[in-house]
Design a protein around this ligand. Structure first.
Ligand SMILES: [Zn+2]
Length: 164
């Protein structure tokens, strides 16, 4: 991703009111974010832990999605697959986040739910080291296809939020 300013981040949201975007807290490490190695930027609001935010490139710009984390954490022993990175190795928690749909459907209470890593580690997961195998001898090819998969699934989720 290209680095974003605070005001650009606040302006990017497609399913949040102006008061919600004004009230959100930016990532505390915004200054040191490694944008180059991110396909999307996600974070939990450190003052409102039930809130999450996901920013991702979409049709030439970057859009932000306001997410609600579940009220109770899922049981630790139940492994679920993150719908964005589909990583099977990470031990990190996966939450069923809920996003209000954009526009009138959202104002009428329509939502979209998606399983996402609770700390939005998806960009890191898809770049994890790959051991060459007989079927996939080139690790770079595997990582590239994982990154493309993450981007495609994230775009699909954004389309759902946009009612497309
Ligand atoms: Zn993930």
């Amino acid at each position: 991703m290209q680095p974003m300013t605070e005001s650009a981040i606040r302006r990017s949201f497609i399913n949040a009111s102006r008061s919600e975007t004004a009230a959100l807290h930016l990532p505390q490490d915004l200054e040191s974010i490694d944008w180059e190695n991110l396909d999307q930027l996600g974070w939990r609001d450190y003052k409102m832990p039930k809130r999450g935010y996901l920013l991702a490139p979409f049709e030439g710009s970057v859009v932000g999605v306001l997410l609600r984390a579940p009220d109770t954490a899922p049981p630790r022993n139940r492994r679920v697959l993150c719908a964005l990175c589909e990583d099977i190795f990470s031990e990190d928690e996966v939450f069923l986040f809920v996003a209000k749909r954009a526009g009138a459907p959202g104002r009428n209470g329509n939502t979209v739910g998606t399983l996402i890593h609770s700390d939005f580690t998806c960009s890191r997961n898809v770049r994890a080291e790959v051991k060459p195998t007989a079927i996939h001898p080139d690790p770079d090819v595997v990582v590239k296809s994982r990154i493309e998969g993450l981007q495609a699934r994230t775009e699909k989720f954004i389309r759902q939020v946009l009612n497309q």
